[in-house]
Ligand binder design. Structure first.
Ligand SMILES: NC(=O)c1ccc[n+]([C@@H]2O[C@H](COP(=O)([O-])OP(=O)(O)OC[C@H]3O[C@@H](n4cnc5c(N)ncnc54)[C@H](OP(=O)(O)O)[C@@H]3O)[C@@H](O)[C@H]2O)c1
Length: 164
C-alpha cells in the first residue's frame, strides 16, 4: 500500500486545515496516480475538500469516530484496519493510497511499502507535518525527479520504498 503527500523543506503538509500551496503540477500528479484507485483519509482532510465532495473516480474511505458523519459518496470507517479491509476487498495493495492528513500518515506508515512524496523546495508556515522519510532507517529513495513549476517553484517527485 502507498502513502502520497506533498511536503515542504520542513516536512510541513498543512495549515489551518488546508494545503500549504496550490501547485497544479502536483495536483496533476496526485490525480493521475490515484485515479481509479482507493483513497483512505482522515475526516479533517475530507472536510478540507472543496464543497466537501469525494474525489471523483476513486473509492473514498474516510476515517472518523463520529457515528453521525455520513457524507454522500464516501465509505466511513472508525478504524484504519477496517478501512484497509474494505479497500482490499476491491483493490490490490498497489492500488490503495493513504492521502492524509498527519494523523493518518503516522498510523498508515507501518502498513505501507511505498511513499510518493512531492518535496517542495520552500518553507511555509505549517501546523501539520509528515514523518521525515529521509530519517527513517527502513526507507530508501528509489527514484526522484525534479521539475520547475509554472510558478517558478522547484518540486521533486520522490518515490520511497520500505526496505524488505
Ligand atoms: N500536503 C499533503 O499532501 C496533505 C494531504 C492531506 C492533508 N493535508 C493536510 O493535513 C491537515 C489535516 O491533517 P490532520 O492530522 O489534522 O487530520 P486528518 O488526519 O485528515 O483527520 C484526523 C481525523 O480523522 C479521524 N481519524 C484519524 N485516524 C483515525 C482512525 N484510525 N480511526 C478513526 N478515525 C480516525 C479522526 O476524526 P474524529 O475526530 O472525527 O474521530 C481525526 O480527528 C490539513 O491541513 C490538510 O490540508 C496535507
Amino acid at each position: 500500500m502507498n502513502i502520497i503527500a506533498a511536503a515542504d523543506i520542513n516536512w510541513g503538509i498543512g495549515i489551518e486545515n488546508r494545503l500549504l500551496d496550490h501547485i497544479p503540477e502536483d495536483m496533476k500528479f496526485f490525480r493521475e496516480t490515484t485515479s481509479g484507485k482507493a483513497v483512505i483519509m482522515g475526516k479533517n482532510t475530507f472536510l478540507s475538500f472543496p464543497n466537501q465532495k469525494p474525489l471523483p473516480k476513486r473509492l473514498n474511505i474516510v476515517l472518523t469516530h463520529d457515528k453521525n458523519f455520513a457524507p454522500e459518496g464516501v465509505v466511513v470507517c472508525d478504524s484504519i484496519e477496517k478501512a484497509i479491509e474494505i479497500a482490499k476487498s476491491e483493490y490490490t495493495d498497489e492500488d490503495i493510497f493513504f492521502i492524509g492528513g498527519e494523523s493518518v500518515y503516522n498510523e498508515a506508515e507501518k502498513y505501507c511499502d511505498t511513499a510518493y512524496i512531492t518535496k517542495i523546495d520552500f518553507a511555509y508556515k505549517a501546523d501539520r507535518f509528515l514523518l521525515n522519510f529521509d530519517e527513517k532507517n527502513n526507507w530508501h529513495i528509489k527514484e526522484e525527479n525534479m521539475i520547475k513549476t509554472e510558478k517558478g517553484l522547484y518540486i521533486t517527485f520522490v518515490t520511497y520504498k520500505k526496505d524488505i
